[in-house]
Design a binder for this molecule. Structure first.
Ligand code: NAP
Length: 259
């Protein structure tokens, strides 16, 4: 039992409130479940209500505390409204996870202003605005965890990264800027960096068995990622255990990046 108490001291999220954007699908859903099962009260934010509601049912059936807020993180007003509504459910969050993201994939030469604007709004500006909204409060309370979900495309071009890769590169810079701003006050900020993960985001690519096998072969582990692969790293980064880890990009990619 001593080991249980020790593990709990390090990793338990009991009493914490977490907000997970994109928590209704893919990696965000995996992270929301992990944080909730580790004890946090979790609010998931996305646009589609049916997926949000189904996620919350799944979590509550497992005995977790969870709620959802529908909002469009593609506009400033949408971000602000969703943030305020989410904070009303269980209180101001101790943990903010930015997993909502889009990848529109037109080749660079065919990228219009609309693609640039939409990509930057959801992938970069929403995480920035949510940090502005919640970071200072976390710092005042002396504890906070901000976790961004970036991409290996922050580090390399990959199947028409286009402006998606640009948004993710900037998100890693934002990670370091937020870490610099708030780490002295107990608020760490880190990025989780996925490789290729089988989720609805890349349905087109993941429905091609040859491409899927080729990508799996580029990892060291020998398979592509699944949402559950992010559970341990997310709980670690959200917990007391990671209090001296900040400004980092943590690759959860089966070794893809270094192979
Ligand atoms: N899958 C991969 O291989 C991979 C690799 C590298 C990085 N990533 C990153 O990982 C994160 C999660 O991706 P995923 O693969 O889990 O994708 P996913 O399954 O498509 O989930 C994306 C989530 O973001 C939400 N979302 C999208 N646009 C939104 C908006 N305007 N407002 C509010 N919510 C919005 C979606 O819900 P609604 O559509 O209902 O709004 C959904 O919950 C993304 O940031 C992605 O860039 C994924």
């Amino acid at each position: 039992m001593e080991s249980q108490a020790y593990l709990s001291e390090l990793f338990s999220l009991e009493g914490r409130v977490a907000l997970v954007t994109g928590g209704s699908s893919g990696i965000g859903k995996g992270i929301a479940e992990a944080l909730a099962r580790a004890g946090a009260s979790v609010v998931v934010v996305a646009r589609r209500e049916a997926e949000l509601a189904a996620t919350v049912v799944e979590l509550t059936e497992q005995g977790c505390r969870a709620a959802w807020v529908a909002g469009d993180l593609g506009t400033r007003e949408g971000v602000r409204a969703a943030a305020d509504e989410a904070a009303e459910v269980f209180g101001e969050p101790d943990v903010l996870v930015n997993s909502a993201g889009i990848n529109l994939r037109p080749p660079m030469g065919k990228t219009g202003d609309d693609v640039w604007d939409a990509t930057m709004a959801v992938n970069l500006e929403a995480p920035y605005l949510l940090g502005q909204r919640f970071g200072p409060g976390m710092a005042e309370r002396g504890f906070g965890r901000i976790i961004h979900v970036t991409s290996q495309q922050a580090h390399r071009a990959f199947v028409q990264s286009g402006v998606y890769g640009v948004s993710k590169g900037a998100l890693e810079s934002l990670t370091r800027s937020q870490a610099e701003a708030w780490s002295p006050h107990g608020v760490t900020c880190n990025a989780l960096v996925p490789g290729f993960v089988l989720t609805p985001l890349n349905e087109r690519l993941s429905s091609d068995p040859e491409r899927v096998a080729a990508l799996a072969a580029r990892t060291m582990i020998g398979r592509n990622g699944v949402a559950e692969d992010f559970a341990g790293a997310a709980v670690f980064l959200a917990s007391r255990a990671s209090s001296y880890v900040t400004g980092q990009s943590v690759f959860v990619d089966g070794g893809f990046h270094v192979h």
